[in-house]
Write a protein of this length. Structure first.
Length: 308
């Protein structure tokens, strides 16, 4: 018994008391203090201006010392104004001229640029991104000179080909086409960047599985690559819709909204209210656009979302 007790003794001595669980790092006031600047800036430059604009949309105010509460009169005025719906129609036509062609073109171009054996890949990527980083005002002024009816390069080339000149900037139909061409030239690089990022994020195992199933390059691209890009496509459609709804500088420089308001977009129509110091109607116009763009964005996300 004594021998067994002596053998058990070292184990009892070597046994350590149980430690209490360590507490996590005590941040105290440091955590809220570190994130406080974000909430301060958001409240000052985000939440309060939004609240002020919402309040302003129910007021008839032209920038003076007096104002008048009018309730929903600004909204009813816009919803019954043909100029408001005309601006929406112009923006919708410009959207149809830009977004479908730009989306499909960016997908095809991204598929071509993502090929490993393509020559001059870096040169081509640089060429398509240069218009996107070029200042929009300078590019719009260049388009005014290029598409001038009498002295523009485009009409000069049409004349050399025996075709009649086109009133690109002064006709009700071609003015929207000219604005769409400017936007396509300017923002196609941005669309290509998004689609390239989406393609490069697709795992290689997917293409290996498609090759084992006997799918060719074209079938793999349209049946595998494009469906896996649906989230990037939805993102680009939403961003493009938002940009076209806010479009101001392009029609302002190219056509001034004319002729006969045929190229007045929703952004330019909003600017006309602000320029006329009709601030209440301008604020109501802003919130109507927010509601419409939000509805279109949710519809686009629902269309392109992954089926369950």
């Amino acid at each position: 018994m004594s021998l067994l007790a002596n053998r058990a003794a070292p184990r009892q001595v070597a046994a350590l008391p149980k430690r209490r669980g360590r507490r996590g790092p005590r941040t105290g006031w440091r955590g809220p203090l570190l994130v406080a600047p974000f909430f301060v800036f958001f409240a000052a430059f985000g939440a309060y201006p939004l609240y002020y604009a919402l309040q302003l949309s129910f007021i008839d105010w032209h920038g003076g010392a007096t104002y008048k509460w009018v309730g929903l009169s600004n909204y009813t005025y816009l919803l019954t104004n043909p100029d408001f719906w005309g601006a929406l129609g112009n923006s919708a036509i410009i959207w149809l001229l830009i977004v479908p062609a730009q989306t499909i073109g960016a997908i095809v171009a991204a598929g071509a640029l993502s090929r490993a054996k393509l020559r001059f890949k870096r040169l081509l990527r640089t060429a398509v991104i240069i218009p996107y980083v070029t200042p929009l005002a300078a590019m719009a002024q260049a388009f005014v000179l290029i598409f001038d009816r009498d002295y523009g390069v485009v009409n000069h080339l049409l004349g050399m080909a025996g075709l009649p000149s086109v009133e690109w900037l002064t006709s009700t139909g071609w003015s929207k086409v000219t604005i769409a061409l400017l936007v396509l030239w300017k923002s196609s690089g941005f669309a290509l960047i998004i689609m390239l990022a989406a393609i490069q994020g697709i795992p290689g195992e997917v293409y290996e599985a498609a090759a084992l199933d006997g799918a060719g390059p074209v079938r793999t691209f349209w049946s595998v690559t494009v469906p896996l890009m649906r989230h990037a496509i939805a993102f680009f459609v939403v961003i493009s819709t938002l940009g076209i709804s806010q479009m101001f500088l392009e029609p302002y420089v190219l056509t001034g909204g004319g002729p006969y308001n045929s190229s007045t977009t929703t952004g330019l129509y909003l600017f006309q209210h602000i320029g006329a110091s009709d601030l209440g109607t301008g604020a109501a116009n802003t919130f109507l656009l927010v509601i419409m763009v939000l509805g279109l964005s949710l519809a686009a996300v629902r269309v392109f979302r992954e089926s369950r």
